[in-house]
Design a binder for this molecule. Structure first.
Ligand code: ATP
Length: 366
């Protein structure tokens, strides 16, 4: 069983800390995405697991073996990179067979294995072609084939789809999900694309500036973001944030923001500074009726939905509606918030607060 574990892992390049205090446990057979903006440390994390970088401190293990000092070739892993660099002078079949040849696997066994992998990836009819005679997606599949052929326990994928166009990416996402199901091994997948992380993985590790922010299944990361950073990073358009103040005590507590007042009951201690951030996903701003009022600033039809930017006192709110919504810029519209799906964060520490909300009213009416 190839459970992957990072314990208190730190990686510094001179003064620059790329990864700090990383504790992460990846179950055997699961698909985990390392997600975060450029420079957050996800590639360094993957490269440490591959053995291409050594941790400054901490322990990395695969199964029950600590691999800190194990050479990359002895870790039973395979890595697929963004630039999949196939050998241009070799055919597809030879490219896939190459890792086996390097390990001295006899020809007959090689050919059998290549065929099996080509079947899994639907490359059988392309085995005689050279890489330049393939589409980007096909080339990416050959790169996957080269990783698969070795039967590794852990697959490491570093932004493998980022060179592909949008349509092909969507197609390859589905293929990777299918591939993971077929081979049943552990996949660790680096991406800065939240859609890839959300659609493919069992769990997402969201990183920021070298520090793990949240490690949870996609739905939980979306529904219960651990802090304001995760809340803003996951979801398109991003979650709306209204800053306000907590007033009152106990069951009579309220959030007061320029746009609204909202009854709230906070589980545990209310933040000491009393500054809070109210998080509202675009789909939880309900247009058309309600006690609140906004002015339409922008209407952006995308074809299958319309993104609407509203001006509200003290800021703006983004919401989404159907493709046929008829709104004029400058028009005043009533709206409501879906109380059961709101989020609350400490305005200073930015950490999530567990809370229940009542119905919002306009600030002036409170
Ligand atoms: P990207 O999506 O841009 O690849 P990332 O999240 O994968 O970003 P890393 O490549 O892991 O981020 O880099 C994390 C931090 O460590 C960055 O600040 C980067 O500049 C730094 N870093 C990475 N490799 C080195 C190196 N070899 N020497 C010095 N600093 C490095």
């Amino acid at each position: 069983m190839a459970q992957v574990r990072f314990e208190k892992v730190r990686k510094a390049f001179g003064q620059a800390v790329a990864v700090e205090g990383l504790d992460l446990s990846i179950d055997h057979g699961s698909f985990v995405a390392l997600l975060g903006p450029s420079g957050c440390g996800k590639t360094t994390t993957l490269r440490m697991l591959a053995g291409l970088e050594f941790p400054t401190s901490g322990t990395i293990s695969i199964g029950d073996r600590v691999v800190n000092d194990v050479a990359p070739g002895k870790r039973d892993i395979a890595m697929v990179f963004q630039s999949y660099a196939l050998y241009p002078h070799m055919s597809v079949g030879e490219n896939i067979a190459y890792p086996l040849k390097k390990h001295g696997v006899p020809r007959a066994a090689r050919e059998e294995k290549v065929l099996q992998v080509a079947r899994t990836l639907q490359l059988e009819h392309l085995l005689a072609r050279k890489p330049r005679q393939l589409s980007g997606g096909q080339q990416q599949r050959v790169a996957l084939g080269r990783a698969l052929v070795r039967n590794p326990q852990v697959f490491l994928l570093d932004e493998p789809l980022s060179n592909l166009d949008a349509k092909l990416r969507a197609h390859m996402r589905a293929e990777l999900i299918e591939l993971h199901r077929t081979v049943g091994q552990t996949f660790v997948y680096v991406t800065h694309d939240q859609l890839e992380a959300m659609t493919m993985s069992d769990r997402i590790a969201v990183m920021r500036e070298g520090v793990l922010q949240q490690y949870a299944p996609p739905r939980e990361v979306y529904d219960r973001p651990a802090n304001l950073f995760v809340a803003g990073f996951i979801g398109t358009p991003s979650m709306n944030v209204l800053f306000g103040e907590l007033v009152g005590e106990g069951p009579r507590m309220q959030i007061r923001a320029p746009a609204l007042a909202l009854p709230v009951s906070v589980r545990g201690d209310a933040p000491r500074g009393r500054r809070v951030a109210l998080g509202v996903r675009p789909e939880d701003v309900l247009l058309g009726a309600g006690p609140l009022e906004a002015r339409v600033r922008l209407v952006e039809p995308t074809g299958y939905e319309t993104i609407i930017v509203l001006d509200v006192p003290g800021g703006s709110l983004v919401t989404r509606a159907g493709p046929d919504v008829a709104l004029r810029i400058g028009e005043s519209v009533p709206y409501d918030l879906r109380a059961e799906r709101l989020h609350l964060f400490d305005g200073d520490s930015e950490i999530r607060l567990e809370a229940e909300f009542g119905r919002a009213v306009a600030s002036a009416a409170a």
